[in-house]
Design a protein around this ligand. Sequence first.
Ligand code: TXA
Ligand code: MG
Length: 330
Amino acid sequence: MNSKVDLGYLQNKSIDLACEYLARGGAVAIPTETVYGLAADATNDLAIANVYVIKNRPSFNPLILHTCSLERAAMFGVFSSQALALAEQFWAPGHPNHCPLTLVVPLQQGHGISELATAGLATAAIRVPNHPLTNKLLRAYPNPLAAPSANISTRISATNAEIVREALGDKIPHIIDGGQCAIGIESTIIDASVEPFTILRHGGTPTELIERVLGYAPLPADIGDVIKSPGLMKRHYAPSIPLYMNQCERDAEAGDAFLGFGGECRSPHNLSPAGSLIEAAANLFRMLHEMDDPAKFNAIRVAPIPMRGIGLAINDRLQRAAVPAGLSCV
Ligand code: TXA
Ligand code: MG
């Protein structure tokens, strides 16, 4: 066996292992042409909650969904003719025209994507990366992979497997080593859900190339805030009825929905009867959606959520959805 055969064999093994961990709800690090990603099955709420725990992220940003082709992307995203034009131009892995471009498009009905991955939005950010090992993994694995950059929150993104190992080696079961990332900065993000398209994040695809396809230059979505953190600002999902944090179930009024946490709660909506913050995060967006029904409820009242670990991200999210003057339950 020469060393080339050995390497191919090891890489295939590594991809098989990654598939196994992903199917069990685990997170694995994957190489892309931009930066390494911390990937989890985008249809699995608990797996996505785990990604936030590993990254120590204090808030829920919607994540980019990685898939192997436009055909697969069209199974969960809706592409207008201009969005299709961009995807056809930039999304062919291995082709010289490929560019790191993420497109935000409306979600298909019955898309099956975890609401924690999309942060409850009606749109999803999708990209087809360009790395032979990750593209092989994406072809082998049946579901799209949600993958933020494989670094601890606030630290710089990882551009080789060694950096990932130093940052996350003790927290994840597997890293696919695909060498150095060719581009080294994150993908450009275009909001392709409304025309004219806008730029949500500058990245590895030059704007001029996008302009050539669209016939116009996409402008920044909003100077300042949206560019820094598109998912957290104006577009973010908020319930249509008032939401109050830190509430006692006994104080909820008739017609109010109560979202509990832990064993003490009688409401059918409980983020985690066992008091697990990871389970609570996994259920958060789905339950908020279920309760966001003005025909049934006047308001959503939410039990206190402990301010530790991923509880910080849950409280951050609730804060963004809340009426400022909620009653306190102390
Ligand atoms: O190059 C990349 O894009 C890397 C590699 C790993 O693929 N990934 C990456 O993911 O940078 P992440 O999670 O660090 O950045 C995701 C960005 C966030 O700023 C988020 O707000 C935005 O995408 N985003 C995701 N879904 C969105 C949506 N539906 N609407 C607007 N922005 C969205
Ligand atoms: Mg990042």
